[in-house]
Write a protein that binds this ligand. Structure first.
Ligand code: AMP
Length: 208
C-alpha cells in the first residue's frame, strides 16, 4: 500500500492515516510531524523551517524532499507508506514520482479527504494537539484522551495563520488533485462527517 493523502490542512488526513497505520501496519510519513520534531530538536533543518511554518508558508522544497527521501529509505516504509502532507506542490509531486521510480516503486493511489474551506477554518481554530503523542483533539480535551499528555494549540492553528495556510493550499496544493486524476489514481472521500464514517469510506475507496 503506497498512498498519498491529499486535502486541506485540518481535513482529517492525519487522523485517517493513524487509523490505517494501526490496522495495516504501514509507515505514516507526515512531513508536518517530521518538521515539528526537527524544530523541537533544534536541528539545522528545524531552525531553517521554523519561520516558514510559523507563517503558514511552505518550507522550501529541497529541505522537505531530502527529508522524505531519507524516510522512504527506512525499513518500515519499504512495506508500504502513507504520505501525509507531502507532496504539497507540483514540484514535490514530480520529484516523488521520479524518486519512487528509482526505487522501482510507485504510488497505488492518491486519496483526497474532501472538506469545505468554511468547515476547515472552524476545525483548525478549535484543534488541539498532544505534546507527547501527537494525538489530534479539540479545545474540549483538557488532557490527551489517548495518553493523558498535555494538549496545546499549534502556533500555525492560531487565527492569523489559518487563512494563509488555506490560501497556500488553494494555490499550491489543490492542483495536485488534477495531477493525480490525470494519472488515473485519484480517489476521494467526503471528510465532513464523523471520523468512523470517513474511515469506512476510506477503506472502501482503497479496496481494503
Ligand atoms: P502540516 O502538519 O502538514 O499542516 O504542516 C505544517 C507546516 O509544515 C506547513 O504549514 C508547512 O509550513 C510545513 N510543511 C509540511 N509539509 C510540507 C511540505 N510537503 N512542503 C513544504 N512545507 C511543508
Amino acid at each position: 500500500m503506497n498512498i498519498v493523502l491529499l486535502g486541506a490542512p485540518g481535513a482529517g488526513k492525519g487522523t485517517q492515516a493513524q487509523r490505517l497505520v494501526a490496522d495495516y501496519g504501514v509507515a505514516h510519513i507526515s512531513t508536518g510531524d517530521l518538521l515539528r520534531a526537527a524544530v523541537k530538536g533544534g536541528t539545522e533543518l528545524g531552525v531553517k523551517a521554523k519561520k516558514y511554518m510559523d507563517a503558514g508558508e511552505l518550507v522550501p522544497d529541497e529541505l522537505v524532499i531530502d527529508l522524505v527521501k531519507e524516510r522512504l529509505d527506512q525499513d518500515d516504509a519499504k512495506k508500504g507508506f502513507i504520505l501525509d502532507g507531502f507532496p504539497r506542490n507540483t514540484t514535490q509531486a514530480v520529484t516523488l514520482d521520479s524518486e519512487l521510480a528509482k526505487m522501482e516503486r510507485s504510488l497505488d493511489c492518491a486519496l483526497l479527504v474532501d472538506v469545505e474551506p468554511a468547515v476547515i477554518v472552524k476545525r483548525l481554530s478549535s484543534r488541539r494537539t498532544c505534546r507527547a503523542c501527537g494525538y489530534t483533539g479539540t479545545a474540549a480535551d483538557a488532557v490527551c484522551p489517548s495518553c493523558g499528555g498535555e494538549m496545546y494549540q499549534r502556533d500555525d492553528d492560531k487565527p492569523a495563520t489559518i487563512q494563509n495556510r488555506l490560501d497556500v493550499y488553494e494555490k499550491s496544493t489543490s492542483p495536485l488533485v488534477e495531477y493525480y486524476r490525470g494519472k488515473g489514481i485519484l480517489v476521494s472521500v467526503d471528510g465532513d462527517r464523523p471520523v468512523d464514517e470517513v474511515y469506512a469510506d476510506v477503506k472502501e475507496a482503497l479496496g481494503l
